[in-house]
Design a protein around this ligand. Structure first.
Ligand code: 5GP
Length: 186
């Protein structure tokens, strides 16, 4: 099975996906490719595969991505073999990608489970982004614009979780994974 999680940055998505693959059995995180710089503590091949723009564009030409997108000034892509693996393997796969990528995959993988982590409010999300201190003020406004669009798109997801508290969201995500697995095997 393929679980796809989207939601604005600053929502704690990365923490949640890491915790999920650690604590839920038979769930593997799909490492995307990106042209952005690695952040402190990020490992190549684990958090992302970090590539140059030239390498990325070559991979696009070679049809290596099931989807790719330009997000906040950088390219991101999901490797193509993900889909075959998700259909044949006993291990379920988890993707953390933006709404544009998720909608592209939805056209191909009808059986995917699409989960959107929505912020409790736009004000709270803006404050979280400001607290991060690594995004310039004009960029925060641009990101908020993107968030408004993403929230509109979230109606096309199977589940929407109001991400007010990480433990709450984590438990909801585990419930969704367990019940979708049960549905599949019933
Ligand atoms: P960050 O750079 O903060 O890790 O991620 C920025 C955004 O890119 C997040 O919304 C994340 O979900 C999205 N993203 C990460 N990998 C992919 C991918 O392979 N494809 C797409 N479309 N979005 C991605």
């Amino acid at each position: 099975m393929l679980f796809i999680i989207s939601g604005p940055s600053g929502s704690g998505k990365t923490t949640l996906t890491k915790k999920l693959v650690c604590e839920v059995e038979n769930l593997r995180f799909v490492t995307s490719y990106t042209t952005r710089e690695a952040r402190n503590g990020e490992k190549d091949g684990v958090d992302y595969v970090f590539v140059s723009e030239q390498q990325f564009h070559q991979m696009v030409k070679d049809d290596k991505f099931i989807e790719w997108a330009y997000v906040h000034g950088n390219f991101y892509g999901t490797p193509y073999n993900t889909i075959n693996e998700s259909q044949s393997s006993e291990v379920d796969l988890l993707l953390d990608i933006n709404t544009e990528g998720a909608l592209k995959i939805k056209k191909v993988v009808k059986t995917g489970i699409y989960i959107f982590l929505t912020p409790p409010s736009l004000e709270i999300l803006k404050q979280r982004l400001l607290d991060r201190q690594d995004i310039a003020q004009p960029d925060i406004e641009k990101r908020m614009e993107v968030v408004r669009k993403e929230i509109k798109i979230s109606t096309q997801y199977d589940y929407i979780i109001v991400n007010s508290e990480l433990d709450y969201s984590f438990n909801k995500l585990v419930d969704i994974i367990i019940s979708e697995r049960e549905k599949k095997h019933s």
